[in-house]
Design a protein around this ligand. Structure first.
Ligand code: GDP
Ligand code: IMO
Ligand code: MG
Length: 435
């Protein structure tokens, strides 16, 4: 099977976890390449529900190997508790999980800085982060002051951590924020380092050797294109490269070895946290979508903002990620909707256009131009083949394909594995790249 990059094409929570779980069968390795435990990827298998934050979703398939790549920022306490949880549920991690020695680490001072910034920022400057310390940890990486997983293997790790804590505590004190307990943290992290050591590896060599020997790799994107540090609605973004290019910079495989890019789109749109969201329905229609789709954050439990599918965003995502095919999720959530809308352009100061503006001050004033569709008003969750979907649902999907210029290869009509329709002719098409 081909080396596949899977990305979220909207604002995250598109249902990536569920699609990764389906694709895992066809791949040997599953790798997270950016983000951290800000992600929450839900996989439902029978009556079991897993929410994965740092572990690649492939961990749920015994026999598959998983990597946390160097582009990820890791809170090792959080990782260890996630590992304990899956082991407690009968899975193996030993020998199956490899953590990049180049991956940067998140420490409690990063979280305290993140919380403090969110708490003290003026209302319109709040990002609505997950308060996991993601931004400050990536800032340390770029400032070349971060500690990496490989540093956990060094004898001087406790001393280096202590010096960092002292520096950060001085900053936190000036900000009037809580400070970290130096001795307790050094003790906790030295112990955590000891537990994590067997998993730390040179994952770049590992991955490339695997690819050389014909094994296939699935890159599990976190967040989504509109949250990407470069392509997203800056500054209301996360701090990593959540787009397809990030798979190479944060995973370690060269671009020419990626065979296909699969984009995950939800049949409507959601956003959690602050920032512009042109198709947001801040009304009873939005609340109905939230209820039907159970749109509450898998990491923070926050209610997600809901709105109509935004084709301006989808086309932009298709372009910047080079999406070969879509996996369309949560179609069933629209089953009861009378009139469904798709945003096909934005209006701003009397002009209509169909590209995402770089400036959030413009984007937040854009009003959507909609196309409307009669809803199908028929349950779709029990449907098992594309041909059996209601005609109006097929019309909606085919319109999405025409508008985005990208075919829909997979359709999800419920959270479980069984609620999935694969259009083989699209899914197995050679997109002109696989050799
Ligand atoms: P991710 O971050 O992209 O992996 O997505 P999340 O796990 O944060 O959110 C997606 C939610 O929708 C999860 O609760 C999934 O179980 C659920 N889900 C995924 N696909 C479908 C679908 O087709 N229909 C319904 N009703 N729920 C789905
Ligand atoms: P998955 O992988 C949705 C959002 C936060 C906030 C912004 C910055 O489950 O799709 P951060 O803590 O990263 O500094 O927050 O990004 N955010 C997500 N939104 N899904 C996610 O991950 C997200 N990870 C971060 O809500 O708006
Ligand atoms: Mg999520």
């Amino acid at each position: 099977m081909a080396n596949t990059v899977l990305i979220g094409a909207q604002w995250g929570d598109e249902g990536k976890g569920k699609i990764i779980d389906l694709l895992t069968e066809d791949h040997d390795w599953i790798i997270r390449y950016q983000g951290g435990h800000n992600a929450g990827h839900t996989v439902e298998i029978g009556d079991q529900r897993y929410v994965l934050h740092l572990l690649p979703s492939g961990i749920l398939h015994e026999g598959k190997k998983c990597i946390i790549g160097h582009g990820v920022v890791i809170d090792i306490l959080s990782l260890l508790s996630e590992m304990d949880e899956v082991v407690g549920r009968g899975l193996t991690v030993e020998g199956r999980l490899f953590v990049s020695d180049r991956a940067h680490l998140i420490f409690p001072y990063h979280r305290l800085l993140d919380e403090n910034r969110e708490f003290t920022a003026a209302t319109k400057d709040k990002i609505g982060t997950t308060k996991r310390g993601i931004g400050p940890a990536y800032a340390d990486k770029s400032s070349r002051t971060g500690l990496r997983a490989g540093d956990l293997l060094e004898a001087d790790f406790p001393d280096r951590l202590r010096r960092r804590i002292q520096d950060y505590n001085r900053q936190l004190e000036i900000l009037g924020a809580d400070i970290a307990d130096e001795d307790e943290l050094v003790r906790q992290y030295t112990e955590a380092a000891r537990r994590l050591k067997p998993y730390i590896a040179d994952t770049i060599s590992l991955l490339n050797k695997a690819a050389d020997s014909g094994e296939s790799i699935l890159f599990e994107g976190a967040q989504g294109t509109m949250l990407d540090i470069d392509y997203g609605t800056y500054p209301f973004v996360t701090s990593s490269s959540a787009t397809a290019g990030g798979a190479c910079t944060g995973g370690g495989l060269a671009p020419r070895r990626v065979d296909r890019v699969l984009g995950v789109i939800k049949a409507y749109a959601t956003r959690v946290g602050e920032g512009p969201f042109p198709t947001e329905l801040d009304n009873s229609e939005g609340a109905a979508l939230r209820n039907a789709g159970n749109e509450y954050g898998a990491t923070t439990g926050r209610p997600r903002r809901c709105g109509w599918f935004d084709n301006v965003v989808a086309r932009y995502s298709a372009m910047v990620n080079g999406v070969d095919a879509w996996a369309l999720t949560k179609l069933d959530v629209l089953d009861e909707v009378d009139i469904i809308k798709i945003c096909v352009g934005y209006k701003y100061e009397g002009k209509t256009f169909d590209v995402v503006p770089a400036r959030v001050r413009i984007l937040e004033k854009c009003t959507p131009v909609y196309e409307s569709f009669e809803g199908w008003k028929t349950p779709t969750s029990g449907v098992t083949s594309y041909g059996d979907l209601p005609e109006r649902a097929k019309a909606y999907i085919e319109r999405l394909e025409a508008l985005t210029g990208v075919p829909v290869a997979m359709i999800s009509v419920g959270p479980g594995r069984e609620h999935s329709l694969v259009r083989e002719e699209v899914a197995t098409a050679d997109h002109g790249r696989a050799s």
